[in-house]
Structure formats: C-alpha cells, structure tokens
Ligand binder design. Sequence first.
Ligand code: EPU
Length: 429
Amino acid sequence: MEKLMIAGSDPLKGTVRISGAKNSAVALIPATILAESPVTIEGLPDISDVEILKDLLEEIGGSVQFCEDEMTVDPSKMISMPLPNGKVKKLRASYYLMGAMLGRFKKAVIGLPGGCHLGPRPIDQHIKGFEALGASVTNEQGAIYLRAEELRGARIYLDVVSVGATINIMLAAVRATGRTIIENAAKEPEIIDVATLLTNMGAKIKGAGTDVIRIEGVDTLHGCRHTIIPDRIEAGTYMILGAAVGDGILIDNVIPQHLESLIAKLREMGVQIETSDDQIFVEKGTKPFKAIDIKTLVYPGFPTDLQQPFTSLLTRTEGTSMVTDTIYGARFKHIDELRRMNANIKVEGRSAIINGPILLQGAKVKASDLRAGAALVIAGLMADGITEVTGLEHIDRGYSHLVEKLQGLGATVWRENLTKEELEHLKNI
Ligand code: EPU
C-alpha cells in the first residue's frame, strides 16, 4: 500500500490533458454486453474501476483487449454467469451489469454494489424500472437476482432523478419488445454518451440529455467504435486546483459547456477564466477571492462530485462560505481531515460552513472516498509543508495518472510505500 506525499505551496503552471470520463466508462464497458459483435471504446481513463470491469467482462466469457486507452470487447461468447460475489462488490457501477445482462440474457445475478460511502445510496429506482419492464427482482444474501420471460417496453417515471437508474433502464430497454419511456430522467452528459454508444450499436433512443427518453426496442445490437467524452469532474478538479494554486493552468480536452456551473461559481469568486472549443484557461488569481455559497444539484446544476474539492479552495476565500449538498447529505468525510490541516469548517446538517482565509498546514490525512481524496490533494498543494494522503485506492478509482499530471504542472508530489507501523495503524482505525 502506498501514500501520496505532497510538498505544498508551489505555484503550478502549464497544460493538463483530461482523460475519458470515469462515469461514462463504467457504463459504456457494461453496455458492450448488449452487442453480438466486437465493440471498441477509445479514450478510456487509466483507473482501477476500468480494470475491474474488464475482468468482470472476462469472467462472463467476453474476450477483451485493452491497450493504452482503447478497449475492444468481443461479447459474442458471453454467458449469463452469476456474479454474486468477488470483484463485482468493489465498485458501485457494477450495477450496470444488471441492466446490460438483463437486456441481453433476460437474467442476471449481481452482488450488491460497493463504491464510495457517501451515506445511503439506494437502487430502488433501478429496480422499479426493471420490474416495469417485466423482470422479477429479488435480493438474496446480498445479491440481486433478476429474471424475465420477456422484457416489454413500459412508461417509467423516476421518483428521484438518478443517473444510475436512467442509464440502467436504458440498458435493459434497448432490446426489449416495444417502446419504453423514461420520465424525470437524469440529464448528465454521461447519459448522452451511453445513448450515443447504444445508438451506434443499432439502438433507437430519442431524448437523451432531456428529462424524457424514448426507446424503441430492437432485436439485436451490433459492434461499433466509440470515443468517450472527457471527464468533466477530472477537468473541474484541475480547474479548482488552478484557482487554488495556479499560476496559469490550461485544461485541455474538455467540453466547457459541461462545466458551466463550476465556471460561473469560480467567476463569482473572482477567478478569471477563459474558454475555447475544447480548452479552459484558469488565470493566476491576483486579488483575494470572495467567499461564496454553493448548492449541489442534478445536472446542469453544480455537481456533487466537485463539492468536496471546492471546499478546499473555499478555505482561502475572505469571509464565510457555505457548501450544501442536496444529492448526498453526508458527503462530508473530508471535513475532519481538512480540519487537521487547520481549516476552520463546521458541518451543520447537509451543509459545511467554511471561514477563511486560512493558510492550511501540511498533515497526515486519509481519503475516505474518491472526491474526498481530490479535496485533500488540492488542500495538500495549498498547504504549508508536507501532506501525506493515505486511502489512495479511492483516488486511483477515478484519477488517471494523477501524480504524472501534477508533476507535469510543476507540483512536488510522489508516492511512497507505507511503513509497517502505518499499515498497522490504518488497520486499527
Ligand atoms: N437515489 C435513490 N434511489 C435510486 C437511485 C438514486 O434514492 O434508486 C438517490 C441517491 O441516493 C442520491 C440521488 O438519488 O441521493 C442521486 O443518485 P444517482 O443515482 O444519480 O447517483 P449514482 O448514479 O449512484 C452517479 C455517479 C456519482 C455521482 C452521482 C450524482 C457513477 C458511477 N456515479 O452515481 O459519482 O456522485 O451520479 O451525480 O456514475 C463520483 O464520481 O465520485 C461519484 C460518486
């Protein structure tokens, strides 16, 4: 096991290239199960979630070639192998195997998903959708059993706007008989990306990116080639880092429209930002930034995934800022760690209240989840002295080549093996 060492306070400068979107990748890879011939996805990020999904496709009989950032999946010999335990539990997005395997084989057994602990993360809307399409769904000893004689299109209203449920129902419905209508669907760019892949595979989908998605079922789907969209959350993380410690950072390979809420909030603080077709430039801040409030909302609102990194930046602003998470009310595990670094923050209900400006101090901190990790990396780069971040397995799930990208911007960061004592200590907390 390793820890990330960060020597803070260096101004960062230069260009960082953004990788393919994690939250698209984890749906696109399972979506290949629905085809009858090879599907190639290019631009995949080099993250552990992608590796785990590759292994899971191989477990069910897929032949997968993965070289650099391109994966080719031949799904023709896949079978509906039950996956009640093992790697399936390592990532939350393994729930997409439910929709994809149900769509192709009319049955699936998938262990209940793992992933980041952000408070309760139910999947009742996914199940409601599968049942509406004609599947029987049971939960037996921590695994979900799905079975259908036939999948039939249905009208499904989501009680909660859910990215996962919207994608999962699309996956199950594209090969169902007849028309499916998903109402109150999520509108995130990753949903459009998955719909684009499925359409290239021969599916008939209209309205992805709006709150009503219409799907006409087809009998079979075929292989194709697809390029993944850039990761808006990774891009947003580097933009926040650029505002916090940048001396001029160019974010390359990004779709600025996907980041409008973040750009607006950074500008409100006084950060200078320029956008072009596929790049965003974050200028060096000259004046102290203004304190602001943010509230996370479904897309196109401010993303919950950037709330934690943004909190680190807000420790530097003058006055009191408030961050409210309406999606995951308990996504505040990073706050105690930021406090260890001298931040003045308190959590009240679904909100964190940040008083600044504070000069953060390097400390030993632990990433409890992926975006908490991003928050601590940014805090470490802002801090005086050395910060040691453990819990890197969370960060490795979502940030492709983090150390190399930071070093490319001039940061002094490196990975070190944990000592025996540190390993013991981590086991005991
Ligand atoms: N919800 C339900 N019932 C459901 C599904 C969701 O009540 O059946 C609730 C959730 O508890 C939450 C809200 O609805 O309060 C939104 O959840 P959603 O289903 O949209 O989240 P998700 O699909 O599980 C994805 C991303 C998350 C991101 C959220 C919100 C993936 C693999 N994960 O999760 O990404 O935070 O959407 O945008 O796409 C991350 O990247 O760090 C991450 C956690």
